[in-house]
Design a protein around this ligand. Structure first.
Ligand code: NAG
Ligand code: NAG
Ligand code: NAG
Length: 179
């Protein structure tokens, strides 16, 4: 009986040290999930010599909604709506015109944070963006750095649009669960 007891005790100790080992992995200290709200403005410059979003395909149809067009972007993200306000990161990826009837993009992008506590961390967004709608919801499907295991959603609202050249400033509000 005493032997059995000792054996169970040793087993328990082993279990405890395994748990301690895994919980001491970096970035994983307490495994407590939190919800963060992140807001920024996205500058989609499609015109001029300093464009940050450029077409990489010729659309199947030249006219609205330019089905087949793919724009590769490295768009600036700032804290405020003014492009000269505090830079917070870049949106790197592409948006592609995927509807033959109305303007609708498939967006695939990495939000690469370059300042503040998220500097060096990345969130990955993949979703449907009909840019003429007042509010678009896009899933956040993952992340790295402080955003390991991230999931959530982004709400995009056009803040400003130059209807002549297509340049736009879009307000993004992210709600993201991460550890
Ligand atoms: C492009 O950027 C450069 C450097 O910031 C600036 O001097 C120039 O005026 C810009 N050109 C256009 C067309 O916006
Ligand atoms: C962000 O991190 C990089 C690399 O560690 C560093 O060089 C840079 O100065 C940081 N930027 C800010 C704004 O803190
Ligand atoms: C909108 O784009 C046109 C064409 O590039 C330009 O002439 C005009 O100044 C822009 N409007 C604003 C408010 O930037």
């Amino acid at each position: 009986m005493a032997r059995l007891f000792l054996f169970s005790f040793v087993l328990l100790l082993c279990a405890a040290s395994t748990t301690a080992g895994s919980s001491s992995r970096p970035g994983n200290k307490k495994l407590k999930e939190k919800l963060s709200h992140i807001q920024f403005y996205f500058h989609d410059v499609v015109s001029g010599r300093n464009a940050t979003a450029v077409p990489v395909t010729k659309p199947a149809e030249e006219h609205f909604p330019a089905f087949g067009l793919i724009m590769m972007m490295d768009d600036l993200l700032t804290a405020g709506p003014d492009p000269k306000s505090q830079p917070v990161g870049r949106a790197q990826g592409f948006y592609a015109s995927v509807s033959q009837e109305d303007l609708c993009f498939l967006m695939a992008m990495n939000l690469v944070f370059t300042s503040g506590k998220y500097n060096g961390s990345v969130l990955t967004v993949l979703g449907r963006n009909p840019p003429l709608h007042a509010v678009r919801e896009l899933p956040i499907v993952g992340g790295s750095g402080l955003f390991r295991f991230a999931r959530g959603y982004a709400l995009a609202r056009t803040h400003w649009l130059n209807q002549t050249n297509g340049d736009a400033i879009v307000e993004y509000n992210l709600h993201v669960l991460h550890y």
